[in-house]
Design a protein around this ligand. Sequence first.
Ligand SMILES: Cc1ncc(C[n+]2csc(CCOP(=O)(O)OP(=O)(O)O)c2C)c(N)n1
Ligand SMILES: [Mg+2]
Length: 620
Amino acid sequence: MSTIRLTTAQAIVSFLKCQVVERDGRRSPFFAGALGIFGHGNVAGIGQALQQTPDFRYVLVRNEQSAVHLAAGYAKMSNRLRTFACTSSIGPGATNMITGAAGATINRLPVLLLPGDIFARRNVAPVLQQLESPVTQDVSVNDAFRAVSRYWDRIYRPEQLLTALPEAMRVLTSQADTGAVTLCLPQDVQAEAYDFPSTLLETRVWCIGRPLADRTALQCAIAAIRSARRPLIIAGGGVIYSEAAEALDKFVTRTGIPVGETQAGKGALPYDHPQNLGAVGVTGTLAANRVARDADLIIGIGTRYTDFTTASKTAFRNPDVRFVNINVADFDAFKHAAIPVVADAKVTLEELIDALGDYHVDADFVTEIARLKAEWDKEADRLFHLGHTPLPAQSEVIGAVWEATGPRDVLVSAAGSLPGDLHKLWRPRDPKGYHLEYGYSCMGYEIPGGLGVKMAAPEREVYVIVGDGSYLMMPSEITTSVQEGYKIIIILIDNHGFGSIGGLSTSLGSRGFGTHFRYRSAQTGQLDGDCLPIDYAANARSLGAEVLEPRNIVELKDALQQAKTTTRTTVIVIETDRQVIVPSYEGWWDVPVAEVSEIESVQQARHVYEAQRKTEQSFL
Ligand SMILES: Cc1ncc(C[n+]2csc(CCOP(=O)(O)OP(=O)(O)O)c2C)c(N)n1
Ligand SMILES: [Mg+2]
């Protein structure tokens, strides 16, 4: 057997370089390179291996958490067919990646994490940054990755790579099981040499299949659709990852079945498609939520039915409602006692088109769909052009940004009040035009995630809309975007704190306590003094960005045009009035209110809460 003598780290990097995925006859390398920060726990191991492999790109980032967000954004934009590996030192560098790992796993996005770990040989323990345990020596901070990884392993000996690396790839490329994969790499083992079989380092092609549904389940689904009078499709992220948008368009055009979109599924159909009722659930449009309320059949495609989609199980009120779930993951397909169609979305939709023949929803339903859709379009137009002064409303900023974008541009956001507003209002014209991280809704994802999107699709303009709270949490990858020459346009909405949680707090009787960026007041002892003097423009400039500071919507429109002409990442800072919010359209979210309180507004909110809770349903 021919062998090649390499360190553990060199073998890993060489292996990653040779991994290729193939779907529908198209091949691409699975890894675009490695992101990371070096410390003593990886500099002489993975760091050395990367140095001697210059054709495997290494990108120095500013924070390990944002490295994982960047990789996840890249993977999502690539429909999970490509990603990055993330390398960190031991200790805090490693644990910084845990939040990113949770986000990737929850969003079902492949990321490979290679945290450094404490010495396998142990004789010099405790090493710098080691968590010691009196009950075992077989534990380190990296064990905390277990809960947030779809595959977790620790490499104590170089030859363990022979079994660990293929397992890591199996999980990363599995459309049903993918998420964060963590291979913990003790610092000493990274530098240890071994005679690896050369075959480990040959090009390996991972075929991403399109599994067909079980025939019986498919027949049951067909029968259920045929007998439905008011069916509704819920399009989730799986539609987009499976590249099933065209098939969905054909299916709903043929059958007249309307579509509501989840955060991950938004863009599955163009916004102006006659069957597209837009966002569904807590942050849904009136059109989609009305149809969801009365639907007798929900056809969930590639959705995992989070509480935002089901409006905390209050969205579907028809007592006879049933579910058909088309999903590559049986875990999701079985939810809500559905007819489980465990299969790829694209091929299943194609099969359904053939099988359903001339099935079409009734004329009355068609008229109702068209009316609700027209009403919603008007409402969105109204919110885009409120003309609120002196400060604009956030919905007007969204309108101005949308009007400035082209059909192939991408919008990126993640947390705060923006996801809800964007879910309702943004108007995608392309399946990859709307990129919301809303599985983990992780403040700080926006900028690194947006950079990942840009790196995956450099030919597209990427617009990141971020709240001031999220911006403060993680602005530092602006510097990485400048370093790498990837320009993104960031619209930073300054509403002096947490508009979303402040609004939620007020609606629950707690008056926005602790959600404003204000000085502590000497009189009240609370955070209700003057606004803090945070200079976001100076901050962004200091990180290397170009900065524009429009004061109203007219100036914002100019700034957006100017931002298209810059070559560097450009941050547009605009102040908005946080009191002017986009209403909710019959979507409810279960956020428990204190059962007892001395505050009257809380007691009132509790009454409302108890009444709403009674409308929650279980589908058994
Ligand atoms: C890492 C993290 N911490 C806390 C939260 C809870 N949270 C959700 S939205 C939000 C406020 C976001 O503020 P900002 O970015 O300014 O957006 P706004 O609410 O003003 O639209 C908070 C604290 C979160 N989602 N993520
Ligand atoms: Mg804010």
